[in-house]
Design a protein around this ligand. Structure first.
Ligand code: PLP
Length: 232
């Protein structure tokens, strides 16, 4: 089958599953954004998905994102979903629509400083970010602890140049993700009562995006269900 047809078929299938999961939870399909995580897939795969109507794409390495963004050109909303080092911040601000992985204040400060510089020179808008929370307390996963999240969000939202729009998590592998998603949602509900702009919940990947939507995800990050098996 031609690559484009196959990709369009997988995208349609993911869309059906998103719609069904939203329906089960009494939610509207429009509340959920699908980010196609294209890490390790090439620019052709991104182009094909773009042609099939997918507009939001995610990457977990700054260099790879920059390379693909240059190859693919306009029309893509890029998301950064991986661990981020401060020295990579200049490569991303101005290019990335949403950074999902702010997990410490030093990183937020670097992003804010870069966003302010962009605003001064080109009138660029504020950098939109999510705070990543290690809601499953997995030592191998990034993110601040559940206990630190409130303080971090409250500091991040005070930084000129950033808008903190919500929370993100990656649950531990091999365990039931539902309680982890529920914990992130409860935390978001608590924070949103104080900070109304903290509304987004980025959670759910190929193996668990339907559960995440049932638990309130507004953004799901889906790679293999869209692009097929990821190259090593
Ligand atoms: C790779 C990755 C995804 C997508 O994973 P799939 O299993 O391919 O859906 C989502 N989120 C993050 C943070 C990732 O690194």
């Amino acid at each position: 089958m031609p690559v484009l047809t196959q990709l369009a078929g997988r995208l349609a299938d993911v869309d059906r599953r998103v719609t069904a999961a939203a329906e089960r939870a009494g939610r509207a399909r429009a509340e959920v954004t699908v980010v196609a995580v294209s890490k390790r897939f090439d620019a052709d795969a991104v182009r094909s998905a773009l042609q099939a109507g997918q507009t939001d794409f995610g990457e977990s390495r700054a260099q790879e994102l920059r390379r693909k963004a240059a190859q693919v050109g306009d029309g893509v909303r890029w998301h950064f979903v991986g661990r981020l080092q401060r020295n990579k911040v200049p490569e991303l601000v101005g290019l990335v629509s949403l950074v999902h992985s702010v997990d410490r204040i030093e990183l937020a400060e670097a992003l804010a400083a870069r966003a302010r510089a962009g605003r001064a020179s080109t009138g660029a808008p504020a950098q939109r970010v999510l705070v990543q929370v290690n809601a499953g307390e997995d030592p191998r996963k990034g993110g601040c602890s559940v206990g630190d999240a409130g303080a971090l969000v409250s500091r991040v939202r005070e930084l000129d140049g950033l808008v903190c729009e919500g929370l993100m998590t990656v649950p531990p592998m091999g365990t039931d993700p539902r309680p982890v998603f529920a914990r992130l949602r409860a935390l978001r509900d608590e924070l949103r009562a104080r900070f109304p702009e903290v509304a987004a919940l980025s959670m759910g990947m190929t193996d668990d995006f339907e559960v995440a939507i049932e638990e309130g995800a507004t953004i799901v990050r889906v790679g293999e269900a869209i692009f097929g098996p990821r190259p090593a």
